[in-house]
Design a protein around this ligand. Structure first.
Ligand code: GDD
Ligand code: MG
Length: 365
């Protein structure tokens, strides 16, 4: 791969559908196996020698810069460009135009995959495309951008979030594009503009060569809490190629675990956690750093973030619990999502599927 290929990562969305979790943490910084999601994307790019990366930002930008800095610790060069107002997917790339003078990649910042960028860029050049869109098959295409092609992979139609029955393929826009800089001329400046609804359809109308590159590796848009949890289940059950874990149980530094605590399945624990007598963890379970899990508490099939306290006999099943939550003794969560700083009172049983806003207190069921 030529050193020159740069990547723009779109990290400006509000993460609306993941809202309970993204009030204080932008979607790219949401932890996946205790590492910010964006770090996986950056590592993947580095693996293909794409080292010059531009982050197109709007929402909660600071925390990304604090963590990644200039990128040197991660083996890449990072530039941060902030929009005055949200520009949409294509407008955000127009906004970083001055850095783009050769073939470049654009990635949605909320997708976990192992797309072979090297091959995709080669494919793009071989077809002399102006834009190449990665496609992946999904079960329900109606919540994505569906792309219909001819037999050579040339795009015929786009259907962004189509109605059921409107489309005849389950191949969707995987949120990864290879583009020629010429394409930037066709995006109006200082305007909200979208690749999916505006630029790509316009390129088809104007008979510009827009190709597709299909891949069948693991792919997940972690746009909802259900998908976020599913990503963890998949990662911990080896469904995602290239991301298999060396051990079933991984325990961080300075953890204090009572000898009677029982861990089964795949379990990952961050630093500085304590586990009291009789605690049971039934994987897949991921627990962030600084958590205190008291006597006889149970966690199964769940993701718990940083600094969470679970009092005695509290139970968490198939749930996501964000930073700084406190669960009272004998409280019970199933299929729940708690934002940051939620307190669940002693003995409270949340209704299955509960979604609690950050800072909330749950007193009764
Ligand atoms: N900088 C910037 N500015 N980024 C933005 C903006 C903006 O105004 N709006 C959205 N983004 C970023 C989001 O942060 C996300 O990383 C990406 O652009 C896509 O936005 P989403 O809001 O997540 O879109 P989606 O998931 O509904 O649909 C998109 O992704 C699907 C695949 O997951 C579309 O590209 C679909 O066609 C596609 O199938
Ligand atoms: Mg998305």
């Amino acid at each position: 791969m030529k050193d020159k290929v740069k990547a723009v990562i779109l990290v400006g969305g509000h993460g609306t559908r993941l809202r309970r979790l993204t009030y204080n943490t932008p979607k790219p910084m949401v932890p996946v196996l205790n590492m910010p999601f964006l770090e996986y994307v950056i590592r993947n790019l580095r693996g293909h020698n794409i080292l010059d990366i531009i982050l197109a930002q709007y929402y909660l930008a600071e925390s990304m810069e604090n963590y990644f800095g200039d990128g040197s610790k991660f083996g890449v060069k990072l530039r941060y460009v902030m929009e005055g107002s949200p520009r949409g997917t294509a407008g955000a790339v127009k906004n970083v135009e001055k850095y783009l003078d050769d073939t470049f990649l654009v990635l949605n910042g909320d997708i976990f995959h192992n797309c072979d960028f090297t091959n995709m860029v080669k494919f793009h050049h071989r077809h002399r495309a102006k834009a190449t869109i990665a496609l992946t098959p999904v079960e329900d295409p109606t919540i994505y951008g569906v792309v219909e092609t001819d037999r050579r992979g040339k795009v015929k139609h786009f259907f962004e979030k189509p109605e059921p029955g409107e489309v005849s393929t389950n191949m969707i826009n995987a949120g990864t594009y290879v583009l020629e800089p010429e394409v930037l001329q066709w995006i109006p400046p200082d305007t909200k503009y979208s690749f999916e609804r505006e630029l790509f359809p316009q390129m088809l109308t104007d008979d510009k060569p827009v190709y597709t590159y299909s891949f069948h590796n693991y792919w997940m848009d972690m746009g909802t809490a259900e998908k976020y949890l599913q990503l963890h289940r998949d990662l911990l059950s080896d469904k995602c190629d290239n991301h298999s874990l060396e051990k079933d149980v991984i325990i961080g530094d300075k953890c204090n675990i009572h000898s009677s605590a029982q861990f089964s399945g795949s379990v990952i624990i961050g630093d500085n956690c304590t586990f009291g007598r009789g605690v049971r963890l039934a994987g897949p379970v991921v627990i962030g750093p600084n958590c205190a899990i008291m006597e006889d508490a149970v966690i199964a099939d769940s993701v718990v973030w940083d600094n969470v306290t679970m009092n005695t006999r509290a139970v968490i099943k198939s749930s996501v619990v964000a930073n700084n939550c406190i669960l009272g003794s004998d409280s019970y969560l199933v299929d729940a999502v708690l934002g940051d700083h939620v307190t669940v009172d002693e003995g409270c049983k949340l209704k299955p599927g509960a979604r609690i806003l950050p800072g909330g207190t749950v007193k009764d069921t």
